[in-house]
Design a protein around this ligand. Structure first.
Ligand SMILES: Cc1ncc(COP(=O)(O)O)c(C=O)c1O
Length: 416
């Protein structure tokens, strides 16, 4: 670990306060040009006593704007203090967690997984059109049927086709021959440039795609491709397992990664992470963003610096070892739940290193779905799966309650 450390609360507070003090101070400085200020003083009192012990809340009230990308070129000087902490958080994620070489990546704290995924698709679409002068209908996105709908949204926005590869019902894996036949069909229809979205934990199943399967098939078929990893859910859990495949920048075919900090990291909503290898993000430079110092290379425009500081603060209050422990507690609870399901003969899918258990729906009633807020795969009446996600607040006693209710429902309704 080069960058990731655990800091005491005193150091965390000092560093956040220093960062905020290095930014423009809308309460005391003369700052006339920005269409921005601190949060409204009638509602967000900046001298409330509880703020004294809450550095991050003070940062929210100060309201830094992190517009733009701060791993490349110039940035707005008014927020340089908190930009520095954003860069520290990105170094932890890109270098220490996802094995990039220092200074060989760009990235930013996006508004969430959807934005980070669309940012990747946008970069690759423009990369192909800038580099090979191709038309958009020669480009296609490839991803599994379990892929998050943000990819379909991005394909629609960017005017490129999205090709969905079916997965095996039980294993949730893509079969190599099935993938090959889909690419061959796409090629026969004129697609030559592919954007692969490989999941590092799908939304419904927590299944993890093998990026090298895409590499093998696309190389064999001699087409151009770029690989983006959607680690929106798995990014803060999968890399911490010891027997993991290296789904990170040590694989030369992987060019970008999405991670969501508002899922496993428990940052406030509106906090995702986008990372890409150096040299790619300039494909989405918006030249018209003349008033932004350093120009804008991101999809969203203005974004909350306080959310970036939240990522920094969570990472540095845990440090790598305590984060590893936290993840392992969740995985132990997941193991426990799977053992109970085995005993009850309830079928389920679980990736061995993930904290999502997706149970077949045939032994679970709608009453139980509603009582425990189980998430169905679909709301269209054909649901076959329910998922349980072992987050921080999901404890063994909650899982025990669920299992007891399932058993009780079987007694009351013997058809289960
Ligand atoms: C795998 C995956 N990708 C992308 C997203 C989209 O993330 P967000 O809701 O933060 O935009 C999600 C959200 O559930 C997800 O699970």
């Amino acid at each position: 670990m080069q960058y990731w450390k655990k800091y005491s609360s005193k150091i965390l507070t000092e560093k956040i306060d220093n960062a905020i003090q290095s930014n423009v101070d809308f309460s005391n400085d003369t700052s006339l040009g920005y269409p921005a200020s601190k949060l409204d003083g009638n509602v967000f009192y900046d001298n409330a006593p509880f703020l004294k012990d809450a550095p991050l809340l003070r940062a929210f009230v100060a309201n830094p704007n992190h517009i733009g990308c701060h791993t490349i070129g110039e940035s707005e000087h008014a927020f340089s203090g908190s930009h520095e902490l954003e860069r520290e958080a990105l170094n932890v994620l890109a270098v220490d967690v996802f094995n990039c070489k220092p200074n060989e990546f760009d990235g930013y704290i996006a508004t969430g997984g959807t934005e980070a995924n669309i940012q990747a698709l946008w970069i690759y679409r423009n990369y192909y059109s800038n580099t090979f002068k191709v038309t958009f209908n020669e480009i296609a996105i490839i991803s599994s049927e379990d892929t998050h709908y943000s990819i379909a949204k991005g394909a629609n926005l960017l005017g490129i086709e999205s090709i969905t590869i079916p997965v095996d019902f039980e294993t949730r894996l893509i079969d190599k021959d099935v993938l090959k036949s889909h690419i061959e069909i796409a090629k026969s229809k004129g697609k030559k440039y592919f954007i692969v979205v490989s999941n590092m934990a799908t939304t419904m199943f927590g299944s993890v795609d093998d990026p090298n399967l895409f590499v093998d098939v696309l190389s064999e078929l001699k087409v151009e491709f770029k690989i983006h990893i959607d680690g929106a859910f798995g990014g803060f859990i999968y890399p911490f397992n010891k027997e993991k495949q290296n789904i990170d920048f040590s694989n030369p075919h992987i060019d970008s990664i999405t991670i969501d900090a508002h899922k496993m990291l428990q940052a406030p909503y509106g906090t995702g992470v986008f990372l890409s290898r150096k040299g790619l993000i300039s494909n989405v430079l918006t030249k018209e963003a003349q008033y932004v110092n350093g120009m804008d290379l991101t999809l969203c425009g203005s974004r909350s610096g306080a959310n970036a500081l939240a990522v920094w603060m969570i990472l540095f209050s845990y440090g790598p070892h305590r984060w590893f422990e936290k993840i392992n507690i969740l995985l132990m609870r997941t193991d426990w739940f799977c053992n109970q399901l085995d005993e009850l003969d309830i079928a389920y899918y679980r990736h061995p290193k993930m904290n999502i258990i997706t149970m077949k729906s045939d032994k679970i009633s709608r009453e139980i779905e509603n009582k425990f807020d189980l998430v169905p795969e679909t709301h269209d009446g054909n649901n076959k799966w329910y998922k349980v996600v072992i987050m921080d607040h999901v404890e063994i006693n909650h899982l025990e309650d669920l299992l007891d209710c399932i058993k009780k429902s079987w007694k009351e309704e013997p058809s289960f």
